[in-house]
Design a protein around this ligand. Structure first.
Ligand SMILES: [Zn+2]
Length: 206
């Protein structure tokens, strides 16, 4: 690596130590020409294996671009997208593999996206998991509703324990908004055939 100060192509390693819990090695170097010091870091490049068999380095920007498309018109900020991509990378890296199939990357997006925005999640899942019929959307929406209902129950239990009463004023408004969003999806979600045969029968409705 060239010296960042004078571009001289050779340097001497003064010190080497592991960093980031063993996921990286940092080297303190001294330039042979100008004598200045700098630090380099070596990490494993996480590779993603595509269906074609080709591999490419994992790229957070690519995650952001894919998810941003699903978030069009939704109240999701760039910061939230960046955090989501970071979480996806953490999940994948925590498996300790140097290479993961691209499907795993998609799967790792589903969870955080579902928490971030349910409508965007449905759009993404419909393409990624190759939804082909209204029934696929219905099953996914039922599953989302069930999860939401369970969360609401839990919140209500906690609240009534605290306040000794229950209050469900927001429920109807949410349901209406949800239905409208579902309709748009069902009409719009059909054409973009990225469905490379993945996803059928792999855990719809979970
Ligand atoms: Zn130098």
């Amino acid at each position: 690596m060239f010296c960042p100060y004078c571009r001289y192509p050779d340097s001497r390693v003064i010190d080497s130590r592991t960093a980031e819990d063993g996921a990286a090695i940092r080297r303190r170097r001294s330039c042979q020409e100008c004598g200045r010091r700098f630090t380099t870091q070596e990490t494993v490049i996480l590779m993603v294996a595509k269906r074609s068999g080709a591999t490419e380095p994992f790229n957070r920007d690519k995650i952001v671009r894919g998810v941003r498309r699903a978030c069009q018109g939704r109240p999701v900020t760039e910061d939230q997208l960046a955090i989501l991509a970071q979480r996806v990378e953490e999940v994948i890296r925590s498996r300790g593999l140097g290479e993961v199939p691209s499907q795993e990357v998609g799967l790792a997006i589903l969870g955080p996206l579902r928490q971030l925005d349910e409508v965007a999640y449905l759009r993404f899942a419909s393409v990624y998991r190759g939804f082909e019929s209204l029934a696929d959307f219905e099953a996914e929406i039922s599953s989302l509703r069930a999860a939401r209902e369970a969360a609401r129950e839990a919140a209500r239990d906690a609240q009534s324990k605290r306040l000794g009463g229950s209050d469900d004023a927001t429920a109807h408004g949410l349901d209406e908004e949800w239905l409208a969003a579902g309709e748009v999806l069902v009409r719009g979600g059909n054409g973009s055939g990225q469905g490379n045969g993945n996803g059928n029968g792999n855990g719809k409705g979970t």
